[in-house]
Design a protein around this ligand. Structure first.
Ligand code: NDP
Length: 334
């Protein structure tokens, strides 16, 4: 019998998740019960949100329980099935957890076709990443053609898609990212109009240079001081999209709030957060449009694939917080 290696949450982290918060376990591969199937997970999606799922307390989803397999989106192949809609050999994505084999009843699972795009792309531009960029920018951000868009975390999974979508809509796009390589990539390869290296430059001063007439849409992935600098440069009627705040996820104290929020009043602007899962019934609409842009070469999906086993999950997750990924971070298993 084959083993199923798993990574479980053993303790709630204080600050960055250290090796002690994880437990590595091995179980027999499950046999599917009637109406269920078993997936061999080949790709795990690494998401900053995982850090939030490890905390106790109220959020948009319940926390991962102590002793539970860590929650994770993944992709893989059905290897045993007693479910008519998910036959053996089908490729699927879903919340399978950090483990090699997952049993499912099909809830939230999508059948995908790896002959169209690689499986990893269904976790990137055609997965939660792409959905987040699409609904965050177009729905929450209410983007209009020709506006000035600023996005933080610009060389990451969501941010790199946001900038490309805004370029497709004829906008001026300024990306904020860490380091010269990432800044060069978003301008030279993805077509952003300008990049700001927040590690080397004063973001407020650089925004004055690159968005001289102010910001219409600020898509925030990082929070903290960068959010404050963007708030100070809003244009009248601006929309600030609160997608995430990765700079605060490992904070041990209470993070400081934005001090420039009165800019919302002065500029008759709006700041709004969202959770991509609320758009689940419209994913097909977004996937069709994103897929079309991918096919036409207007949109690029960059997947930063680390090869290893589920045991490499804890260290791979930390790459997100060290800024070691460009595009969508994925752990390919085996
Ligand atoms: P990314 O691929 O962007 O990876 C994280 C990146 O964040 C790193 O590469 C790093 O880039 C940057 N970063 C890390 N620490 C800091 C810091 N202290 N200050 C500034 N930047 C930092 O991840 P995703 O694209 O998957 O996620 C981006 C954001 O979107 C996250 O905040 C996430 O929580 C959020 N999100 C929200 C969703 C929703 O429904 N609202 C759904 C999905 C994601 P660099 O080298 O440039 O610093």
């Amino acid at each position: 019998m084959t083993d199923n290696h798993q990574v479980r949450l053993a303790a709630r982290p204080e600050g960055l998740p250290t090796p002690e918060v994880w437990e590595h376990t091995t179980e027999p591969v499950p046999e599917p019960a009637e109406g269920r199937f078993v997936v061999r997970v080949s790709h795990l999606s690494l998401d900053p949100a995982m850090r939030g799922w490890m905390n106790a307390g109220r959020s948009y989803v319940p926390p991962v329980g102590i002793g539970e397999v860590m929650r994770a989106l993944g992709a893989g192949e059905v290897v045993a099935s007693r479910h008519p809609d998910f036959p053996q050999g089908a490729h699927v994505t879903g919340i399978f957890g950090v483990q090699e084999y997952a049993e499912s009843d099909g809830t939230g699972v999508l059948v995908v076709d790896p002959s169209v795009v690689p499986l990893s792309t269904y976790l990137a531009v055609l997965g939660m990443t792409g959905m987040t960029a699409y609904f965050g920018l177009f729905d929450v951000g209410a983007l209009r053609e020709g506006e000035t868009v600023v996005v933080s975390g610009a060389a990451g999974a969501v941010g790199s898609v946001v900038g490309q979508l805004a370029k497709i809509k004829g906008c001026r796009v300024v990306g904020i990212a860490g380091g010269p390589e990432k800044c060069a990539w978003i301008v030279d390869e993805l077509g952003f109009d300008a990049a700001i290296d927040y590690r080397a430059e004063n973001v407020g001063t650089a925004l004055r240079t690159h968005a001289p007439n102010g910001i219409d849409v600020y898509f925030d992935n990082v929070g903290g001081d960068i959010l404050d600098a963007a708030l100070a440069r809003l244009r009248r009627g601006a929309r600030v999209v609160i997608c995430g705040a990765i700079s605060t996820y490992n904070a041990t104290g209470r993070p400081a709030g934005p001090s420039n929020y009165m800019s919302l009043l002065v500029n008759r602007a709006r700041m709004e957060g969202f959770v991509v899962f609320d758009y689940a019934d419209r994913y097909a609409e977004a996937a069709a449009e994103l897929g079309g842009w991918l096919r036409d070469g207007k949109l690029r999906s960059r997947e930063d694939v680390v090869r290893g086993g589920v045991a490499d999950f804890p260290d791979t997750l930390l790459r997100l917080f060290r800024g070691e990924n460009t595009g969508k971070l994925i752990l390919q298993i085996g």
